[in-house]
Ligand binder design. Structure first.
Ligand code: NAG
Ligand code: NAG
Ligand code: NAG
Length: 579
């Protein structure tokens, strides 16, 4: 038997060293606070205390004179050199180091001095965005019509087709630039070394060391080990998050694009996360100098409402807006520049979420993007750094869990079920092979016929099926995956290049089946080939994993809110080299 965790953490020579480090850290923090108090207020640290930030706050401040700019924490170069010589300095390392192997090739990360030398000034902030007033969402966009289960349709945003010959083409024609974009991202991506250290960095180093200190022994009845890639790593990392993590939420940004969570519909994940984080005391801080992570509180769904011109075939206005927002923040505060955005994140469930970052290189490359549209083939989502956000279809915001549950295995009479619109490349192929009642065991429909839905609703089908087919739509993600999990139906995911939600910690092979697009003709063969015993395991695990995909009005341990937050924390932690 190993000693209990607490003894392990504070026992032995390593612990003595750790205690010294903690003492040193506290001293450093106090000194840093004093330094801030005495050296900074004139310029660098302009923290707005008003939460009623509106368009006025989008007015950029004059650029500071970089030649006499000094770090808020260190008064001169000697301090900085001393810190760099210190063994506890933070190294930003290749990642992810834990669990899944990275697909990205990481270049060495030199200390970036370009900012201090005053190079690379961005194009000026676009005033046209400042005067833009967002219209309120139109009532016709409501999801009321989706509430009826039998009329289950995807109200998906249309895919982006740039008009040939328009100026957008080079930026948005993802099809033609796909492989190039991906290749260049893979090559150029590198974790950003901060321009100067902060106490929060030191806390991340300590957390990383604890994470690497070896497996935990304490048993947690709430965590079923087979669901996780490494339950010990997850549990330890989660505990470190509980103990350490503080997020600063920028107050800037006007409603409704910012600070206005939408809790209903298929994009509700971004809204629920926003609502729960903004209402959270434990994980947030009002003092940005103590923050490990910075949240950009915008909604990709509301960006569409406000800025997309229907039929225009361009999301350029959305990308410009987001670019302007980040430029404003990075001119007003020094936090963005310190890490070039690597400790900043946003959470976006709309299909267009990834593309709204396209005009801001640091946002796209460095910030942690929690996206439903987690597609590695488009060159925006970076596996190992970005976070695959589950898409949840919420019909009743007051009772997000209303539909959770399903029949026992013995009453699941349908082998496989799918009904939905023919979006994207996969679904037509699926219906072509398995639709039209070709095989009574495979209930695959382009849309559920009224004659059938009258007798058995969409959700009743899910509750009565062994497997629920979740083919990609326009984009790789689909709300069906979580919907299947809620209904106790084993999801069968067909979407090549999709990074599954929480893939860095969860073991999807234990509660889902992933089928390659090219294997659609063999779909039934694959499903029938799963033994009864294996199916029972999958089904029980679907029920066990449900809790990690549930939103609660008041977040609960290990629920969806905490899983998303944990993945963002884990990503940041993995950028840090502790030794
Ligand atoms: C910036 O500061 C330096 C030294 O304090 C000064 O020589 C220089 O003229 C300033 N530049 C501007 C643009 O104000
Ligand atoms: C989990 O990770 C720890 C390191 O953090 C390692 O020691 C342990 O062997 C891993 N367990 C499994 C089952 O891979
Ligand atoms: C951050 O860097 C950009 C140039 O990359 C500069 O325009 C901006 O003023 C800097 N922000 C601060 C607060 O110094």
């Amino acid at each position: 038997m190993r000693p209990p965790k607490v003894l392990h953490r504070f026992g032995g020579a390593a612990a003595v060293r750790q205690r010294h480090i903690i003492a040193a850290l506290m001293l450093t923090s106090v000194m840093a606070a004093l330094l801030i108090a005495f050296t900074v207020p004139q310029r660098a640290l302009i923290i707005s205390s008003s939460s009623s930030a509106d368009l006025d706050s989008l007015t950029p401040l004059p650029l500071p004179n970089l030649s006499d700019w000094t770090s808020p924490f260190f008064s001169n170069d000697d301090d900085l050199r001393e810190l760099e010589a210190d063994s506890t300095k933070v190294n930003y390392s290749p990642f992810p180091v834990v669990s899944s192997p990275p697909v990205v090739t990481i270049l060495p990360s030199p200390v970036d001095n370009s900012f201090v030398n005053g190079e690379k000034l961005p194009p000026s902030f676009e005033p046209s965005l400042v005067s833009y007033t967002a219209p309120s969402p139109s009532p016709s966009d409501s999801f009321d019509d989706l509430v009826e289960e039998s009329a289950h349709i995807d109200l998906k945003a249309p895919p982006f087709i740039p008009e040939p010959g328009t100026s957008d083409t080079s930026i948005w024609n993802l099809e033609s630039t796909q492989s190039e974009a991906h290749a260049s991202d893979v090559q150029l991506f590198q974790p950003q070394a901060p321009l100067w250290p902060s106490p929060a960095d030191q806390e991340l180093v300590l957390a990383k060391r604890e994470l690497e200190a070896g497996p935990l022994v304490s048993y947690d009845p709430d965590l079923y080990a087979p669901l996780f890639r490494n339950v010990s790593t997850f549990k330890r990392s989660y505990e470190l998050m509980e103990k350490t993590l503080k997020v600063y939420i920028y107050q800037e940004g006007t409603r409704p694009i910012f600070h206005t969570p939408e809790l209903k519909g298929i994009y509700a994940s971004e809204g629920w996360f926003m609502k729960l984080l903004e209402g959270n005391k434990q994980y947030t801080t009002k003092d940005p100098t103590r923050a490990h992570l910075f949240y950009l509180p915008y909604s990709s769904r509301r960006l569409e409402y406000a800025l997309y011109v229907p039929g225009s075939h361009t999301i350029l206005p959305l990308s410009k807006f987001v670019k302007g927002y980040v430029e404003m923040l990075s001119a007003k505060y020094f936090f963005w520049n310190r890490t070039r955005g690597a400790d900043h994140f946003f959470v976006a469930c709309h299909d267009w979420g990834p593309y709204t970052t396209k005009l801001h290189e640091e946002l796209r490359r460095n910030a942690i993007k929690a996206l439903c549209n987690a597609d590695t083939s488009e060159g925006v989502f970076i596996e190992g750094k970005d976070v695959s956000l589950p898409e949840t279809f919420i019909k009743f915001p007051k009772r997000p869990q209303r539909d959770v549950g399903g029949k026992p295995v013995s009453q699941r009479t349908i082998l496989a079920f799918f009904a939905g619109q023919m979006h994207g490349r996969v679904r037509p192929v699926l219906v072509q092979h398995w639709g039209n009642n070709r095989d009574p065991e495979m209930q695959i429909y382009a849309s559920l016929p009224k004659s059938i839905s009258k007798k058995m609703s969409y959700s009743q089908h899910m509750k009565s099926s062994k497997f629920c087919i979740c083919p990609m739509g326009y984009e790789v993600n689909s709300p069906r995956i979580v919907e299947a999990i809620y209904n106790g139906c084993v999801p069968v995911i067909i979407a090549d290049h999709f990074v599954l939600p929480f893939d860095e910690v969860l073991n999807w092979g234990e509660f889902s089946v992933v089928v390659l697009e090219r294997d659609i003709p063999k779909l039934k063969e694959i499903l029938v080939g799963i033994s009864q015993k294996r199916y029972m395991d999958l089904w029980m695990n679907v029920n066990r994993v449900q809790r990690h995909f549930l939103w609660h009005m008041k977040p609960e341990k290990y629920d969806l809110f905490h899983m998303v937050l944990h993945s963002i924390w884990f990503s940041r932690l993995n950028q840090i080299q502790a030794h």
